[in-house]
Design a protein around this ligand. Structure first.
Ligand code: ADP
Ligand code: MG
Length: 720
C-alpha cells in the first residue's frame, strides 16, 4: 500500500462517529442563544434607545452616534459575558465567501475592554485584497463596511460578528448585500402601491426567502487525496461508479450515521445562531444531501444562508468530513442547486402569492402572479446572468435540469385559469362577483396549496404559494439572483401600477382596468410559460421557436448585465450604477477565467504527474507479460491489445495537454476580460477538458487497480 489513494483509504477504515447531543431537549431553550436578538436589545437598552433602534430597523433609517454608543455598550457587555474577546464586521465581498477582520475589545492603553458606537457603525477593512473590478483604481482607494441593523448581531467562532455592507468611499457597492438591500426597497415601494389598489391598509411589502441548500459530503482524508477537489472544488477526472444514482435508493433513504451526526451537529450550531433549519434529507445522488431553513425576511435569509454554509464547512472538520458546495463536484451525477423559495408578504400579513378562498381576493393574487411571469419573460436574460458561474455552467444547459432557458412553470390548474382569462377575449365584463365567474377567476379557490403538480425540470416554478427559483447554484451567494428578481419585479409592478391608474384616470372601472391589463400581460408573456420536460431536446427546439434565449455559458450570459436596457433598469431604481455593473461584470469574468485556469492547470498537472506515470507502469507490466507469453509460445494478443489501448490514451493525454498548454499561453495574453473569458470557455473548456478527461477515465478502467493514483468515485461517494 503505497500511493496517496491507498493511504487515504486506510485512514477511512478506522473512522468512528460519536453521537451528537443537543444542549437542551427543547430547541426553544437554545434557539438564537448566540444572537443579540430584539428581545435582548429590549431588555438591555433604555426604553427610548430601544424605540429608536426599532424604528430605524423598521424604516431602514440611520442610527445616530449616541444611540449607537448605547447599543455598542450593551452588545459589548453581552458579548463579554459569553466569553468573547474580539469583534468583527461581517460582510459578503465579491469573492463569494464571507469576510471578517477581527479587532480586540481590549484596549492596552486604557487597560480595559472598549467598544464604541463608531466601531459598531463603521470599520475599514483592508479593501485592497477584495475584488473591485477597477472601481478602486478609478475612484477612491479605500472602502468601508457599514452596519446593517436589520440583520442581527451574532457570535460565531468566539467572535462577535456585526453584519455589514461593504462600499467604496465614493459609494460604489463592493459586496453582494448593498444592491440587495436597494432592490428589496424597490420591490417594497412598487408592491406596496399595487397592494393599495386592493387594500389601503398595506404600508409595506417585504420579500421572503427560504433556501433549500444541496451539498455533497465526503471523508476529509479522501478529499485531501484528490488535488482537484482541494483546488477546484470538483473532480476533473473520474469514471462513473458501477452503481450511480440509477437505483434511486438514496433519495429519502436512511442517512448514513456519520453524516447524520454531522447534520445534527451543524443544525445545533445553526439553531444557536438563530438560523431556523428545519428539514434534512438525502438527495438524488449518492453522498448528496439537502438542508432547508424556514423562510425569513430576504435580507436575514441571505445572511443566514452565507453563515450556514460557513457553519457547515467548519463543523464538518469536527467529523473528519468535507462539505462540497460546488455545483458539480462529480461528473455523471446530479449537481447541487440552491432552490430559492420567494414570496412577497404585506404588512397586513398577507402572502400575495397565496390563492384565497374568496374569488374577490384572488384578483390581487392574479395580479402578482401575472406580473411576476411578465417580469421573468421580459428580463430572462438578466435572470440568467444572475445565476451564471463556472460551476453552474455544469448544470444549466449541460446534461441535467434545470436548463439554461428561463421559463415559468405554473401547473395545470393555474394554466387553465390564465388560459381562460386570456381566451375570454374582449367580452365586456360586468362589475361585481359575476365578473370573476366569467373570467374563470372563481375557479382559483379550488387550487389547493401544495398541489401535487410538481416539475423538477423547471428553473422557475410556482409551488402553491410561492415561486421557487431552482436554477440558482449551490455555491452562489443568493443576494445576486435575489437582487435581480426583486428588481425586475419592482420594475414590472411599477409599470403595471402606472398603466392601471392611467386607465382609471381616463374613466375605466379599477377592477376592470386591472383585469384588462392582466389579460394583455398574459398574452405578452405567454412564451415564457412551459409545463413540459425542461430537460428535453424538444423544449430546446420549442424555446428557440418561441424566441427564448438559451445561453449556455457564463462568459456570454454575463453580457445581459451590461446591456443598455439592464443598466437603465438598475439605475432607475438606484440599485446599481452603470459603473458598478461594469465593475462587477469584470470581476465575474475574472472569477470565471481564474476557475477555468485552475482547472486547466490541474488537468495538466494531475494528467502528467499522476495518471501518465501510472499508465507507464502498467504498460511495463503488460510488456513483461507479453514478452513472457511469447517466450513460452503462448498467444499474447490480449496483452498487446491492452498495451495498444493504454498507449492510445497516453498519447491523447500527452498530446492534448501539450496543445492545451500552448493555447492557454496565447489566451493569457488577451487583454479584454470578456474576450478572455470567452476564449477560456471555447478554446480551453470546450476544446480540451472533456477529451482529456475521457482518455483519463478510460485508463481508470484499464489499469491495475493497485497502481491507480486517484481515488475512485465509488470510494469517495459511498460513505460508511
Ligand atoms: P418543497 O416542497 O419545495 O420542499 P417546502 O414547503 O418544504 O417546499 O419549502 C421549501 C422552502 O420554502 C422552505 O425553506 C420554506 O420555509 C420555504 N417557504 C415556504 N413558504 C414560503 C413563502 N411563502 N415564501 C418564501 N419561502 C417559503
Ligand atoms: Mg422545493
Amino acid at each position: 500500500m503505497s500511493n496517496q489513494r491507498q493511504r487515504a483509504l486506510n485512514v477511512v477504515q478506522n473512522r468512528t462517529t460519536d453521537r451528537v447531543y443537543a444542549p437542551a431537549d427543547k430547541i426553544s431553550d437554545f434557539f438564537a442563544e448566540e444572537v443579540f436578538t430584539m428581545e435582548k436589545m429590549r431588555s438591555t437598552l433604555a426604553p427610548d434607545t430601544f424605540k429608536k433602534v426599532e424604528y430605524a430597523i423598521k424604516k431602514g433609517k440611520k442610527i445616530d452616534v449616541e444611540t449607537a454608543d448605547e447599543i455598542a455598550a450593551a452588545v459589548k457587555t453581552w458579548a463579554i459575558s459569553k466569553g468573547t474577546t474580539h469583534y468583527t464586521h461581517w460582510f459578503q465581498p465579491l469573492t463569494g465567501s464571507t469576510a471578517e477582520k477581527h479587532d480586540a475589545f481590549y484596549d492596552a492603553h486604557k487597560g480595559l475592554e472598549v467598544f464604541k458606537g463608531s466601531a459598531l457603525i463603521q470599520q475599514e477593512p483592508d479593501a485592497s485584497s477584495f475584488p473591485n473590478g477597477g472601481i478602486r483604481s478609478t475612484f477612491e482607494a479605500r472602502g468601508y463596511t457599514a452596519w446593517d441593523p436589520s440583520s442581527p448581531i451574532f457570535i460565531w467562532g468566539r467572535t462577535l460578528c456585526i453584519p455589514t455592507i461593504f462600499v467604496s468611499y465614493t459609494g460604489e457597492a463592493l459586496d453582494y448585500k448593498a444592491p440587495l438591500l436597494k432592490a428589496v426597497e424597490a420591490v417594497d415601494k412598487a408592491a406596496t402601491k399595487v397592494c393599495q389598489l386592493f387594500d389601503r391598509n398595506v404600508n409595506r411589502v417585504s420579500a421572503s426567502l427560504g433556501c433549500e441548500q444541496e451539498y455533497f459530503v465526503v471523508d476529509r482524508a479522501l478529499f485531501n487525496a484528490r488535488p482537484d477537489l482541494v483546488m477546484a472544488g470538483r473532480t476533473v477526472f473520474g469514471h462513473h461508479p458501477a452503481r450511480g444514482q440509477q437505483l434511486d435508493d438514496h433519495y429519502f433513504g436512511s442517512i448514513p450515521s456519520r453524516v447524520y451526526n454531522y447534520m445534527k451537529d451543524f443544525e445545533i450550531e445553526c439553531l444557536k445562531l438563530g438560523i431556523p433549519v428545519s428539514t434534512r434529507h438525502n438527495e438524488v445522488a449518492p453522498a448528496q444531501f439537502e438542508v432547508a431553513p424556514i423562510f425569513e425576511d430576504i435580507n436575514v435569509a441571505t445572511d443566514h444562508n452565507s453563515l450556514m454554509m460557513d457553519v457547515m464547512d467548519r463543523v464538518a472538520e469536527r467529523h473528519s468530513l468535507k462539505v462540497l458546495f460546488h455545483e458539480k463536484p462529480f461528473a455523471g451525477l446530479n449537481g447541487s442547486g440552491k432552490h430559492n423559495n420567494w414570496s412577497l408578504i404585506t404588512s397586513t400579513g398577507v402572502n400575495v402569492f397565496q390563492p384565497s378562498s374568496s374569488a374577490r381576493e384572488n384578483l390581487q393574487f392574479l395580479t402578482y402572479l401575472v406580473n411576476t411571469i411578465k417580469a421573468i419573460h421580459d428580463n430572462s436574460g438578466l435572470l440568467r446572468a444572475s445565476i451564471a458561474s463556472a460551476g453552474n455552467d455544469h448544470r444549466l444547459g449541460a446534461n441535467e435540469a434545470p436548463p439554461a432557458i428561463m421559463s415559468v412553470f405554473l401547473g395545470s390548474d393555474l394554466t387553465a385559469v390564465l388560459d381562460e382569462l386570456e381566451n375570454n377575449g374582449n367580452i365586456k365584463v360586468d362589475k361585481g362577483d359575476n365578473m370573476y365567474m366569467k373570467l374563470g377567476i372563481d375557479k382559483i379557490p379550488q387550487i389547493i396549496l401544495d398541489n401535487t403538480d410538481r416539475n423538477r425540470t423547471s428553473p422557475f416554478a410556482f409551488t402553491g404559494n410561492k415561486f421557487e427559483f431552482r436554477a440558482v447554484g449551490s455555491d452562489q451567494n443568493v443576494a445576486e439572483p435575489m437582487t435581480v428578481l426583486n428588481l425586475i419585479v419592482a420594475k414590472q409592478l411599477k409599470e403595471f401600477y402606472k398603466v392601471v391608474t392611467d386607465r382609471v384616470d381616463s374613466g375605466e372601472d379599477k377592477k376592470i382596468a386591472i383585469v384588462n391589463v392582466l389579460r394583455d400581460y398574459i398574452k405578452d408573456s405567454k412564451a415564457v410559460r412551459f409545463e413540459g420536460d425542461g430537460y428535453s431536446q424538444e423544449w430546446a427546439d420549442e424555446a428557440e421557436k418561441r424566441g427564448l434565449p438559451n445561453v449556455k455559458d457564463t462568459a456570454r450570459a454575463l453580457d445581459a448585465y451590461v446591456s443598455d436596457e439592464s443598466k437603465a433598469i438598475f439605475e432607475e431604481f438606484g440599485v446599481m450604477s452603470a459603473v458598478e455593473l461594469e465593475a462587477r461584470n469584470e470581476i465575474q469574468h475574472e472569477n470565471y477565467i481564474m476557475k477555468l485556469q485552475i482547472e486547466a492547470r490541474l488537468i495538466s498537472e494531475i494528467g502528467r504527474t499522476q495518471v501518465v506515470p501510472a499508465a507507464l507502469k502498467f504498460q511495463n507490466k503488460l510488456m513483461d507479460n507479453a514478452r513472457g507469453l511469447k517466450e513460452f509460445g503462448v498467444d499474447n494478443s490480449h496483452a498487446t491489445e491492452m498495451l495498444v489501448k493504454v498507449n492510445d490514451c497516453v498519447n491523447t493525454i500527452q498530446t492534448k495537454i501539450s496543445e492545451m498548454n500552448a493555447e492557454r499561453a496565447q489566451i493569457n495574453d488577451i487583454e479584454d476580460s470578456r474576450d478572455k473569458a470567452i476564449a477560456y470557455c471555447d478554446r480551453m473548456k470546450a476544446k480540451y477538458f472533456d477529451e482529456i478527461r475521457d482518455a483519463v477515465d478510460r485508463l481508470e478502467i484499464l489499469i491495475d487497480d493497485e497502481d491507480w493514483p486517484l481515488l475512485k468515485y465509488r470510494e469517495m461517494l459511498f460513505l460508511r
